[in-house]
Design a protein around this ligand. Structure first.
Ligand SMILES: [Zn+2]
Length: 147
């Protein structure tokens, strides 16, 4: 029984994880790949390549899982950054006496034709700043984590 073709899933070499070109699908090309690149494996029994296959499959699962979590980390980070920007924007508006971000309060102030006392405005701004700081503490910027 020939081992050629056993070192591969499709066109992926299980030894070096190189994907060969379509043309290499011919048994002689696969054989050449093993002989020239992995001469030491040519005499390995079938079992060896079966183990390689299992190894590859479990590695692939780990890689896929990691990629999945990386995607969601970036997603979460993106939302956090957007929220922090929004909080900064709200604070700036409050500074300018603009309460459009807070619908109920804005309606109330318009209806009553009044303004918020400074103490309340300051409390709102402090609260927004606090939210921002807390978010940043829980989710440090990704750039900062790398340094
Ligand atoms: Zn290879």
């Amino acid at each position: 029984m020939s081992i050629w073709g056993w070192g591969f899933i499709g066109l992926l070499c299980l030894v070096c994880l190189e994907t060969l070109s379509n043309e290499a699908l011919k048994p002689c090309k696969l054989r050449r790949h093993l002989e020239t690149k992995h001469g030491e494996y040519v005499t390995k029994p079938l079992q060896f390549f079966e183990n390689k296959l299992k190894e590859y499959q479990s590695k692939k699962k780990v890689m896929e899982a990691l990629q999945g979590s990386a995607v969601s980390v970036f997603k979460v980070q993106h939302k956090v950054e957007a929220t922090i920007r929004k909080l900064a924007q709200w604070k700036k508006r409050v500074d300018q006496g603009n309460y459009d971000s807070f619908e109920n309060m804005s309606d109330f102030l318009t209806k009553e034709e009044t303004r918020l006392p400074n103490t309340v405005t300051n409390a709102v701004k402090e609260h927004l700043e606090g939210l921002k700081t807390q978010l940043r503490e829980y989710f440090p910027a990704l750039d900062a984590q790398c340094s």
